[in-house]
Design a binder for this molecule. Sequence first.
Ligand code: AMP
Length: 193
Amino acid sequence: MRLVLLGPPGAGKGTQSARLVAKYAIPQLSTGDMLRAAVEARTPIGLEAKPIMERGELVPDAVLVGIIGQRVKEKDAANGFILDGFPRTVAQARALDEMLDHEGLKLDAVIELVVDETALLTRMQNRVDETRARGGDIRADDNPEAFKTRLDAYRSLTAPVSDFYAGKGELKQVDGMEPVDAVSAAIEQALSR
Ligand code: AMP
């Protein structure tokens, strides 16, 4: 199963990906997690990405295409994967198509979690409060200013990715405003269509 999960920041992509990982025994490939690990390890990519991520902007396509190009070739992704946070631009989506074509593979589904934007800031704030309560690290881009930039980037650069997949007949939209279990059930239903 090769899946792409689309949706704005705070839509629940991470939560739903984790459930799909358990169900299908395929890895969640979160480009945000990979970049945060690179920042933490101070690799050249991490050093380049850090200030961009802190502002809430997108890291250049070439960097992401390189990261994902390597990652999907790893052994654990041989039977499939869930892409969480990639592709985020139409150029990335085209590069992914090329990568998969080259390997003779294709996506099984592209699921978009559709959410009401006014709820997203509250969800982000809840995530910060929960993380703080359990003593975890707060993401550098989980603050109102960077979050606004992330939403702007989503609207201008990532929303067209949904149109790109819709145009190819691959997009399945799911209501992401429902409770977590109901969203999971809707994803299952979409995957069986
Ligand atoms: P996320 O954890 O998916 O919210 O990603 C956190 C940040 O990492 C984003 O705001 C971007 O700065 C960067 N990032 C993650 N994935 C991508 C991507 N596919 N393209 C560009 N930047 C990305």
